[in-house]
Write a protein that binds this ligand. Structure first.
Ligand SMILES: Nc1ncnc2c1ncn2[C@@H]1O[C@H](COP(=O)(O)OP(=O)(O)O)[C@@H](O)[C@H]1O
Ligand SMILES: [Mg+2]
Length: 509
């Protein structure tokens, strides 16, 4: 006889106040003691579904059963009382509190300032940490702790409330590979203690590694639930996207040519006046993709802004094709053949109120072919250009006269990529080029970067997605606290070594 599922959600519909139908009648069931993956592209409805299960949101329609009994959660406290707790993608910790006080915050029976309660809490937590082999400093204000540790505190906070079902929303997004491994060890231990885990992700490899079963959501609907041991990344990708996806990227071997970009002893300050980039020296050659991997916040953003003329350079030189371009403004760099796919597409890449056509010539609009005799913009030429970009890059747009904000994230990103490469640059900076982009567009953009490299362009890639850097780069640097811990060829290092480097430990070769 089938066991009663610990969680059963039936016919869940969620319509947000603005009319977005995020869930269209979802049935979802989880067995006690399993690690259940919830897989889907951005916007599929994963977070919405789990916020409903954890009491943060109420469904528009549908029923929830816990151990076969119908429940109605009006708040996260109701869900916790039923043994269900969620660790959110964006942490909810109070910065100035230490780990201990964050964990006991808001719990009944804990006076925050009662010594006895605090001591008792500490004991219980220590026991929990020992059992899981999962240590965190409890007496440091969390703002001083790395994100990986903050996440552990979030997890402990939920476990401390004695949950049976732990929901983790894309927990690996902020972790180094080693931290991911440690997290997986903890999840396995929790499973062996009889806990049930729902693991949200859009990363196939992780889902394949850690889950027992996987449910795939697409556009607010369940596509199916499969046993992990009986499926493959390929099948899951197809379920996720709705068509066959090329997971492998074809990258023919290629000799790199002359240096196109040279960076020499570059020093750049961060927003708080700290040294964010500390004496970096490297070059990007024609026909190569030079990747920079690392946990976010280690100087990547400042480095790119400095090279692209958006941030002051304190010391050092940037040279393009032998010409000193240190501190030159972005427009001048464009004229010299630099293209930039920026990290922050909403603030830097597009003017979302403007139309697709207008956006398609940003940074290009002074070019002669778009100007008439009196300097007036030739709109027929602009529209022709926009139509070509949209067609070549398969950007899904209502029309080229629609505002850029009406495009999905993936299509906005494709539009930026299309525009930047239409400048026929010799040097391309691609900063987090596929962040928040769906699988199909990701595949397209990655293959395009390879194509540019094959055409002998120089590509500087910065990405927090380690798989992306490994897949695309001919050479890669690992950045840590503003310095390179190593420059390696992806095929010559193990993931373990890269993981160590991302944590600041130098690679001995
Ligand atoms: N607060 C909200 N108001 C309106 N729409 C929302 C809100 N939160 C999410 N959505 C929309 O609901 C859909 C599902 O989002 P979400 O559950 O966050 O997906 P996922 O976690 O799979 O990326 C998306 O189209 C998203 O834009
Ligand atoms: Mg989400």
């Amino acid at each position: 006889m089938e066991e009663v599922p610990i969680i059963e959600m039936k016919g869940i519909i969620k319509i947000y106040p603005d009319g977005t139908k995020a869930l269209k009648g979802v049935d979802f069931s989880v067995k006690k003691g399993e690690i259940h993956g919830l897989l889907g592209e951005n916007g599929a409805g994963k977070t919405t579904l789990m916020k409903i299960l954890s009491g943060m949101l109420q469904p528009t329609e549908g029923k929830i059963f816990v151990n076969g009994k119908e429940v109605r959660f009006k708040s996260p406290a109701d869900a916790l009382a039923n043994g269900i707790g969620m660790v959110h993608q964006h942490f909810t910790l109070v910065d100035v509190f230490d780990g201990l006080h964050n964990i006991i915050l808001g719990m009944e029976g804990h006076g925050l300032f009662s010594k006895i309660d605090v001591e008792k809490a500490k004991e219980k937590l220590q026991k929990l940490m020992d059992e899981l082999n999962f240590q965190v400093p409890l007496d440091v204000p969390v703002e001083h702790l790395p994100v990986g540790v903050q996440q552990r505190i979030e997890i402990l906070k939920t476990l401390y409330r004695d949950v049976d079902v732990l929901i983790l929303d894309e927990p690996t997004a902020v972790l180094t590979p080693i931290e991911v491994k440690e997290l997986f060890d903890v999840l396995r231990k929790l499973k062996s203690q009889g806990k049930t885990i729902i693991f949200i992700s859009h990363k196939l490899r992780e889902v394949m590694e850690i889950t027992d079963r996987v449910t795939v959501l697409r556009k607010g609907e369940i596509i199916g639930t499969v046993n992990t041991s009986e499926t493959s990344p390929k099948e899951l990708a197809k379920m996720m996207v709705g068509r066959e996806v090329v997971l492998r990227i074809e990258k023919p071997p290629k000799e790199a040519g002359k240096p196109v970009l040279e960076v020499k002893d570059l020093w750049v300050k961060g927003d708080r006046g700290e040294d964010a980039v500390k004496g970096l020296t490297f070059e990007v050659r024609a026909g190569e993709i030079f990747g920079i991997a690392g946990v976010e916040g280690n100087g990547q953003t400042e480095l790119i802004e400095a090279i692209s003329g958006l941030r002051k350079i304190e010391k050092g030189k940037v040279i393009l094709n032998g010409k000193d371009i240190t501190g030159r403004p972005p427009r001048e760099l464009y004229d010299l053949g630099v293209a930039h796919i920026p990290e922050d597409r909403i603030h830097m890449g597009l003017v979302t109120e403007m139309t697709v056509a207008e956006n398609s010539i940003l940074g290009l609009h002074w070019r002669k072919n778009f100007r008439g005799p009196l300097g007036l913009i030739k709109w027929d030429k602009v529209k022709e250009h926009a139509a070509k970009l949209v067609k070549d890059f398969e950007v899904v747009v209502p029309s080229i006269d629609a505002p850029a904000k009406s495009l999905s994230g993936g299509n906005q990103q494709k539009l930026i990529v299309a525009r930047e490469v239409s400048k026929e640059p010799e040097f391309i900076i691609a900063s987090q080029p596929t962040r928040g982009v769906d699988v199909a567009s990701t595949e397209y953009i990655r293959n395009y970067l390879i194509k540019l490299r094959n055409e002998n362009k120089a590509v500087l890639l910065v990405s927090a997605d380690l798989d992306e850097v490994l897949q695309l780069s001919d050479r890669m640097a690992i950045i840590y606290e503003g310095q390179f811990v190593g420059i390696v060829k992806p095929e010559e290092v193990t993931e373990e070594q890269i993981g160590l480097m991302m944590g600041g430990i130098r690679h001995e070769s």
